[in-house]
Design a protein around this ligand. Sequence first.
Ligand code: GLC
Length: 570
Amino acid sequence: MWWKENIVYQIYPRSFLDTSETEFPDDGIGDIPGIISRLDKLKSLGVGIIWLSPVYKSPDADNGYDISDYYSISPKFGTMADMEKLFAEAKKRDMRIIMDLVINHTSDEHEWFVKSRDPKSPYSDYYIWHPGKTSKRGRRLPPNNWTGFFMGETWEYDEKRGEYYLHLFDKKQPDLNYKNPKVIEEVKNILKFWLDKGASGFRCDVINIIYKTSLTDGKRSLAVQGLEHFKSQEGNHEVLRELRRDVFDKYDCFTVGETVFVDLEDARLLSNENRKELNMLFFFDHLEVDRRIAQFIPKKFRARKLLEVITKWQQGLDWNAMYLENHDQPRIVSHFGAAERDRALDGKPGELWQRSAKMLGLFQLTLRGTPYIYQGQEIGMTNFDFKSLDELNDVVSHSLNKLMKKLCIPKFLRWKWIKASSRDNSRTPVQWDNSENAGFTKGKPWLGINRNYKFINYASQENDPNSILNFYKKMITLRKHSMCLIYGEFLPVYADDRLIIYQRKLGEELYTIALNFSSRTVKAPKKFNELFRGTQVVSASGKKLEGTNSVCTYGVCTLLPWDGVLVRSN
Ligand code: GLC
């Protein structure tokens, strides 16, 4: 199956590469011609599918996740002709493109919403409107106590219509009403439009909360309040089945759902092939092993916990979407890797940054499921060393700051948490070379360029056989040629606070993977020595396992700090 055997690469267009070939030349915002010019590089990395974050027309309250026209391209990114060229150029290279489908909400500047503000318009039921409640003193109150994903209100009063509308995200992102069959028809038309243009599928944004069963008060909760009325509702499953039956099944395409607070049980319902809803989905559990309360507050990382969570998902679902980074998450080498500890004063990262980035690549590329690599991950890009809130663009970071201020959380703590969790960490422009602005733009970049671009950039890694980039290339090639690494069973073997060991098995083919998530040298317990008897296929440090000379005769596994090894048993 092509979407199981390929590597997906996520492009966040505004931070990918800016050119002078659009209506806004050198505007500091990446564009479609920029993507086209780098297709050969992606091909040589081994990428077969590109997931494009939104490129549609949008006022950019949430960087394109607030769409004002699903049928046109934002002039910042280019034109429809550029988009058609991108489909054609990708096809020439045997690559496919999937689009981002944001249908829980639109922008408040979308024509449907503008018209919906008039109760007599045919669009009046396209969104979730409600007159609200009245307090004993006659004050107008919102319809319920729900709280939103962006840490603010979920209801906004519209003077023109004289009613509240629901927005689970920003107030510029009103939620669509999936009880209205006309909305579903509109979505089908959007899907067909893009599939006919050449898209090979969709990444479906927050897809398990689109259907709101009721608008009554939610249970008191520190996280999002009201979830039980809109998370993974039966109505939601029905909409997905209808889209699958009427559209997706008629094309050679696939869907990957982004979900919210999804547990294994929900995930099975959403992605089990027999139920004919989504093909696979993104979950968040594995990236939250070192965080508490809705992601923001850190707790100690323990490798044991990571293996436990990964095993649950690897064995619990028939097929996974495996990612370590995206445009909403911190950079993985700063999160689970050694980048933060391993930085000299001038920002120059050291050997452990590089080794841990490779070890994490080894981890991701030896799991069962379609791998999703996020732009810059393949060169070990790190979190941004923000100096102040003014350097941040992310709407969530700003509202989180406001909320924490209200809760009287001291400034230094607010800043510490925001710095570590801000979505802008992964949104800084791709570091292509060591020229001004990292070769990303000739203009002023829309978001700061990471100060370490002179040390971490694509060009410097291309010709370095020991680079992270070349390690990814090697791992991708290896994976593509091994049915075992793609489809094999996932078998957990051992974990402690620092080390994890697991295997992949298909028929006679067996791989053992050991990863050290710490700055100490670790040794696997003796009883596992047997597992490391075989051919060492690859290691993050480039060092051979102890007592070995390409063949692990002693079968001992001692790992250097942040090292990872892959051994094939014969
Ligand atoms: C998803 C997107 C995120 C966006 C949100 C609202 O989580 O990945 O970037 O802000 O949905 O559309």
